[in-house]
Design a protein around this ligand. Sequence first.
Ligand code: 6CS
Ligand code: FE
Length: 269
Amino acid sequence: MDIYKTRCGAESRIINRRCPIDRSGVEDDYSNNGFAIFRNALSHLDINGININELSESKDIYTNYEEDKKTIRSLLGVHSKVRIANSVPCNILSMVRRVLGSEFYIHQSRINVKNRMVGGGWTPHSDFETWHYDDGMENMRAITVMIALDNNTISNGCLNVMKGSHKYYFSDKESLHAGHDANFTDQKSGVVDKASCKDLAALCGNDFESVELAAGDAIIFDCNLLHKSSENKSSNRRRNLFFVLNSVENRLLAPFSGGEERPQQMAHR
Ligand code: 6CS
Ligand code: FE
C-alpha cells in the first residue's frame, strides 16, 4: 500500500509521518531535529584526492549539468571511485546503522558542485518525496551522509534545513513531470511551495536555518527532512559529497509514479 501518495490531486497536503524515525530509540537529538553534524570527518588530504573533472570522464558516472548544459551540477554514482569506507568515518556509519535498525546499502552517491558565480540553488524539498515517487522507496528508512569538500557558507549557498520537518510529509499536487534529468537539475515536481513551508514552520516551531560547514565536516540527515539552498553568487566554489544509505529492509519497489525507473546512478537497485 502507498502510505505516502504524492503528485496526485488538485491540492498539496501535509500529513504526519507514519513510520519511526529512529529504531534504536537512543539518538534523541537526531530524532528530534532530523539531522546531526560531525566536525572534521574527512581530512584535507582525502579531499584533495577528489578530482571533479577526472570523475566526470568516467563512463560509470552520470553527469547532470546546469541549465547552460555545460557547467557540471552533479556527478551521480561516484561510489565506485570515491569509496565510502575511505570517506565516511566508522562512528558515523555505526550511528546510521543504529538509527535504521538494520544494515544499509548505497541508494545514491553523488557530488553536488556549485561553481563560483554560476552554481544554481535547490528549491525546498524532501528527498524522500522524490525517492518514493520516482524510485519506489516505500518507507522513510534512508539517511543521507553529506561531507563538505569546500567550506559551506551562507554566501556560497550552504544547506538550509528545517528542524523537525522530517516528522511531517509534504504530498505534492499533481504536476507535469519534466523528465528525470531536468527534474534533477531544477526540481519542478515535489517542490514545497511558500505557503506549505510556512505551515511546516508553524507545525515544527522552527524556520529554515543555515548549516555552515568547514571543508571536511559532515552532516547526516533524515530522508524526509525539508531542505533547500541558494545559488552561489560568491567567488568560492562549493562541492559536497553525498552517500544516501537505505535500509536493506526498504529495498526499492516499482516507482510509485507508475513510470519508468530512473537511471541506476540516481537510484541503485
Ligand atoms: O532526485 C534526486 O534523487 C535528488 N534530487 C534532489 C533535488 N535532491 C536530492 C536527490 O539526490
Ligand atoms: Fe535534496
